[in-house]
Design a protein around this ligand. Structure first.
Ligand code: ADP
Ligand code: CIR
Length: 343
């Protein structure tokens, strides 16, 4: 792999940053849970079309393999992981946004999720079968204590019938078995054992257990009331944080399997209908880039659009606060709606 071609944006971050020198220096390193360079880069090696190509196996991976991970983090988040201090702001009172689509013409639904992993356990790529079951049990027991709007039930995937599972996936509530990128990272091992979903009756608050991260805490609802979705999420996170200790560092914020999720670990998205604007992909992308927005298909990462409907979310997560990430997304969505209206 040749770091000198780092301007070549078609190559994965792994291909661009894993120089022979760095490879040599990291070759013999291991984290306290035994995670190696070979495991860290397996997904990118087996999938050369990766955009990033690395997965952390535990908290310590971010220190042990910093020589490789820091440049990747710096590039993706536009944040200096060596000198930076990540700040969190989960106070909904600091949010100064309004619904970008009060008439409900463009936005179908809003979803905000944060990823979390438990301090003192390896992350999904490195976790052993027995540890995964313990993590599931700890999280499910904690979720059972939630009350009011957050009260719900935990449904393990193992016992779930096929039709229910398919319906939940189709309706955007449940995750599917990991794609080839996650497969190579070891995140599908023992599937579906130890995985599950918690949700309230209205399915406005959900928690995915042991998917790419140990927890994906999700607030979602139809329409574009982003502030309400954020407020519900924040309440849930605060309740869970009283009972569980999450992997966190001052330098990198909440620690996640994929370095793109570090920091706030937050993805705030809308499903939005933009048939005219998206017919001009270059212009669509330009506006999204200007507002640091990421475009995904309607069934999540690596999926396609259907009927001009897109999943648009904040791209940056580290070095900005949760309030800033949500604000950035809301402002970008307003700009996209203006552009669509003008066509
Ligand atoms: P994540 O956001 O957790 O990284 P994905 O991109 O795989 O994961 O999306 C997970 C699921 O959430 C997919 O089914 C996707 O369609 C759904 N989803 C994402 N954003 C929204 C939204 N704003 N409204 C409804 N469903 C959404
Ligand atoms: C990749 O490297 O392409 C996959 N492992 C997914 C990376 C995270 N997703 C993203 O930046 N959109």
């Amino acid at each position: 792999m040749n770091g000198s071609q780092s301007s070549d944006k078609d190559r994965s971050a792994l291909q661009r940053y894993l120089t022979p020198e760095i490879s040599e220096r990291l070759q013999t390193k291991k984290t306290c849970y035994g995670y190696t360079l070979e495991q860290l880069i397996r997904s990118g090696v087996e999938n050369p079309d990766s955009s990033i190509g690395v997965y952390a196996g535990d908290e310590e991976s971010y220190e042990t393999f910093a020589l490789l991970l820091d440049p990747i983090i710096r590039e993706y988040h536009h944040y200096d992981p060596v000198t930076g201090h990540h700040r969190s702001d989960l106070n909904p009172a600091h949010l100064r946004i309004s619904n970008p689509d009060p008439e409900g013409t463009f936005i179908l639904s809003t979803r905000i999720r944060v990823a979390r992993n438990l301090h003192c356990f390896p992350f999904g790529p490195a976790i052993a079968r027995r540890e995964r079951l313990i993590v599931e049990c700890l999280i499910a027991d904690t979720l059972r204590e939630l009350t009011d709007e957050l009260a719900g039930r935990y449904y393990p995937l193992s016992g779930m019938d096929q039709a229910t599972r398919q319906r939940l996936i189709r309706d955007h509530f449940l995750f599917k078995e990991g794609d080839r990128f996650l497969e190579s990272a070891g995140l599908n091992r023992d599937w579906p054992e130890g995985r599950g979903i918690y949700h309230n009756d209205d399915k406005t608050f959900l928690v995915w257990v042991n998917e790419e991260d140990q927890l994906r805490i999700i607030s979602m609802e139809p329409g574009g009331d982003i502030a309400r979705v954020f407020t519900r999420l924040v309440r849930a996170v605060a309740e869970l944080e009283k009972r569980l200790t999450f992997a966190y560092s001052e330098r990198l914020g909440y620690l996640t399997s994929c370095p793109t999720n570090l920091g706030t670990a937050m993805r705030a998205s809308v499903h939005i209908r933009l048939p005219r604007l998206s017919a001009d992909p270059e212009r669509f992308r330009r506006i999204c880039d200007r507002h640091h927005l990421q475009i995904r298909g309607v069934h999540g990462e690596h999926s396609e659009s259907e009927g001009g409907i897109w999943d648009i979310s904040n791209r940056r997560r580290l070095g900005i606060t949760e309030v800033e990430a949500v604000t950035e997304m809301a402002e970008g969505i307003s700009a996209l709606i203006e552009a669509e209206k003008a066509l």
